[in-house]
Design a protein around this ligand. Structure first.
Ligand code: ADP
Ligand code: MG
Length: 491
C-alpha cells in the first residue's frame, strides 16, 4: 500500500514538483426560507415558483436577514473550531448577469461572520500518524444566484430564479493541501461535519455543495506559485481530477519556459480537462461596498450559547469515544464518517450491545447486507434493538457466531426476532458433552490416518477435527466444549 504520509510529488521533465491546493466550498444552508426573503428553498420545484418580490429585486423591496441562516453558519463555524465574529457586515458584490436580477450579490467581503478555523483529516483511516490539520481562512454568508439554461432551444435562454437568494456559506480553506488525496479527505470530512451539524445536506449532485478549486505548483520548498481557480466542481472525484489535470498542465507550461496566468477556469467532465473561462477578477472589479439596506450583524451571548449548546457530538469526539470503548481505530472511523451510521450505532449501544462485538458486526455483517441489497442505513432492514438482541444471543453463548450469520439471514429475508428464529429452528448452541463426544468419536474413527499424523506432531490438523465436529453438529456445538473434548480424546 502507498504510504499516506509520503509527500505527493509530480515528476516533470526537469525534476519534481509539489502541488498547492486551496478550496472554496459553497455550501447551501439548510433553512426553510432564503437568506433575505421568506421564499421556500425546496429543491426540485417548478421553475420560478419560489421567487419572492425581494428575490426578483422589485424596486423598493428590502432584504431582512433570516435568523436561522445566520444561526446555521455560526453553528458551522463552531463545529470547525473557528473564531466567531460577533460583529459582521454584508457587502454588495456588483455584477450584471441574467441569473441575478438585483445586479449585485449580497455577500461578506470585509467583515465575514466566521474567521479562522481547522479541519482535522486522516489520510489513512487505519493510521493515526496520517492525521493532518487543514486551516480554514473564513466562512462568510452570501446569496446564491438563479440558474440559466442556454441550450434548451437554439435561439432562447431561460432563467429559473428559484435558487436566487438561497443562503450559502462560503467556506474558504487556507492553501494547506498538498495532494488530491488530501483535498478528497478535506472535502469528505467537511461534508461529514456539515451533515452532523445539520447546516448543509452535503448533496453534491443536487448542487448543495460545490467547490472552487485553487491550484498552483512549485518546486518543493520554494515560494507559492501563481494559482488558477476552477469554478463550481460538484463531486469529490472531479475535484481530484481537476487538481491532477491542472497541476500537470501548469507544470508543462512552466517547464516550457511559460508563465501561469491567474485566471478562472472551467472543468469539462466529458473531456476530463479544464479550460479558460475568464481572466481572474479582483475585488475592485466587483466594486464592493457595504450594503446600505442592511445593519451590521451583532451577535449576543445568548444567541451564541444557544448555537453552541445545539451542536451534536461531532465526528472526531465520537470517534475518540468509540475508541475508548475498545473499538478499533478503523472501525471507529468507518462508524463515525456518516452521521446516519453513527446515530444507528449509538442506538445499538444504547440497546445494550457490547461495543467491540457490535462494531465488528456492523462493519462486516450489516454493511455487507446493505451493500448486497442496495440499501442505506436509513432504511436498514433491522432496527438497532433487533440487532442488539441478535448480538446478545452470541454474547451469552446461546448461539455461535456462525449460527448468528444464519439467523441474521433469516431476519433479513423473513423478518422476525433473533430469539424467535433461534427458538423456532432449534438453533441453540449446545454444550451437551454426550452429543459432542458421539460426533467426535465417529469423526476420529473415520480419520484414523489423520489421527496418526496428528499424534506424530502435525498440530495443525487440530483445526480440521474442530471443523468436522462443528459441521457434524450443524454449527450448534459450543466451540469451547468441542476444543476441550477433542484435546482430551487426542491426548
Ligand atoms: P480570492 O479572494 O481572490 O479568491 P483568496 O486569497 O481568498 O483569493 O484565496 C482563495 C483561495 O485560494 C483560498 O482557498 C486559498 O487557500 C487559495 N490559494 C491562495 N493562494 C494559493 C496558491 N498559491 N495556490 C493554491 N491555492 C491558493
Ligand atoms: Mg475566491
Amino acid at each position: 500500500m502507498a504510504d499516506a504520509n509520503a509527500p505527493y510529488r509530480i515528476k516533470g521533465e526537469t525534476g519534481e514538483w509539489e502541488v498547492v491546493i486551496g478550496l472554496e466550498v459553497h455550501a447551501q444552508v439548510v433553512s426553510d426560507a432564503k437568506l433575505f426573503s421568506g421564499a421556500s428553498t425546496k429543491f426540485g420545484a417548478e421553475p420560478n415558483t419560489q421567487v419572492s418580490l425581494v428575490d426578483a429585486a422589485m424596486p423598493g423591496m428590502l432584504p431582512v436577514p433570516n435568523r436561522e441562516c445566520i444561526r446555521q453558519a455560526v453553528r458551522t463555524g463552531m463545529a470547525l473550531e473557528a473564531q466567531i465574529n460577533r460583529w459582521s457586515r454584508f457587502d454588495r458584490k456588483n455584477y450584471f448577469y441574467a441569473d441575478l436580477p438585483q445586479g449585485y450579490q449580497i455577500s461578506q467581503l470585509y467583515h465575514p461572520l466566521v474567521g479562522e478555523g481547522t479541519i482535522h483529516v486522516l489520510l489513512d483511516e487505519k493510521d493515526e500518524d496520517s492525521a493532518k490539520a487543514i486551516g480554514i481562512e473564513r466562512i462568510h454568508v452570501e446569496q446564491d444566484a438563479g440558474k440559466l439554461m442556454h441550450d434548451q432551444h437554439p435561439t432562447m435562454s431561460y432563467v429559473d430564479l428559484n435558487r436566487c437568494g438561497v443562503a450559502l456559506m462560503e467556506i474558504v480553506s487556507k492553501p494547506d493541501m498538498r495532494s488530491p488525496a488530501e483535498a478528497g479527505a478535506y472535502l469528505r470530512k467537511l461534508r461529514s461535519i456539515l451533515r452532523y451539524v445539520g447546516s448543509c445536506d452535503g448533496n453534491m449532485e443536487e448542487g448543495s455543495m460545490r467547490a472552487d478549486v485553487n491550484v498552483s505548483v512549485r518546486r518543493p520548498g520554494e515560494q507559492f506559485g501563481t494559482r488558477t481557480e476552477t469554478k463550481n466542481v460538484n463531486s469529490v472525484r472531479f475535484v481530484q481530477a481537476v487538481i491532477e489535470h491542472e497541476a500537470r498542465r501548469q507544470i508543462e507550461v512552466l517547464e516550457e519556459g511559460g508563465q501561469i496566468v491567474q485566471e478562472t477556469r472551467l472543468w469539462d467532465p466529458d473531456k476530463g480537462e479544464t479550460r479558460t473561462l475568464r481572466s481572474k477578477e479582483d475585488a475592485h472589479d466587483y466594486r464592493y461596498f457595504p450594503d446600505p439596506d442592511l445593519l451590521p450583524l451583532e451577535l449576543d451571548e445568548a444567541f451564541l450559547d444557544e448555537c453552541r449548546s445545539s451542536l451534536p457530538e461531532l465526528p472526531d469526539a465520537k470517534r475518540q469515544r468509540f475508541e475508548r470503548l475498545g473499538i478499533t481505530p478503523y472501525n471507529a472511523s468507518v462508524l463515525t464518517a456518516e452521521v446516519e451510521t453513527a446515530r444507528w450505532f449509538d442506538q445499538l449501544l444504547e440497546a445494550g450491545a457490547e461495543p467491540k462485538q457490535a462494531a465488528n458486526w456492523v462493519v462486516a455483517e450489516l454493511f455487507g447486507a446493505l451493500n448486497r441489497r442496495g440499501e442505506t442505513i436509513d432504511n436498514a432492514p433491522v432496527s438497532p434493538s433487533q440487532a442488539a438482541e441478535l448480538l446478545g444471543l452470541v454474547a451469552d453463548g446461546t448461539i455461535s457466531g456462525t449460527i448468528a450469520k444464519q439467523v441474521f439471514e433469516v431476519m433479513l429475508s423473513e423478518g422476525g426476532s433473533a430469539a424467535g428464529i433461534v427458538e423456532a429452528r432449534g438453533l441453540k448452541q449446545t454444550s451437551d458433552i454426550g452429543a459432542i463426544d458421539t460426533e467426535i468419536d465417529r469423526i476420529l474413527a473415520a480419520n484414523i490416518d489423520k489421527v496418526e499424523q496428528y499424534k506424530a506432531g502435525k498440530q495443525q490438523l487440530f483445526g480440521f477435527f474442530v471443523g468436522q465436529t462443528m459441521k457434524a453438529m450443524q454449527g450448534k456445538a459450543n466451540p469451547q466444549v468441542v476444543n476441550e473434548r477433542l484435546k482430551a480424546k487426542l491426548g
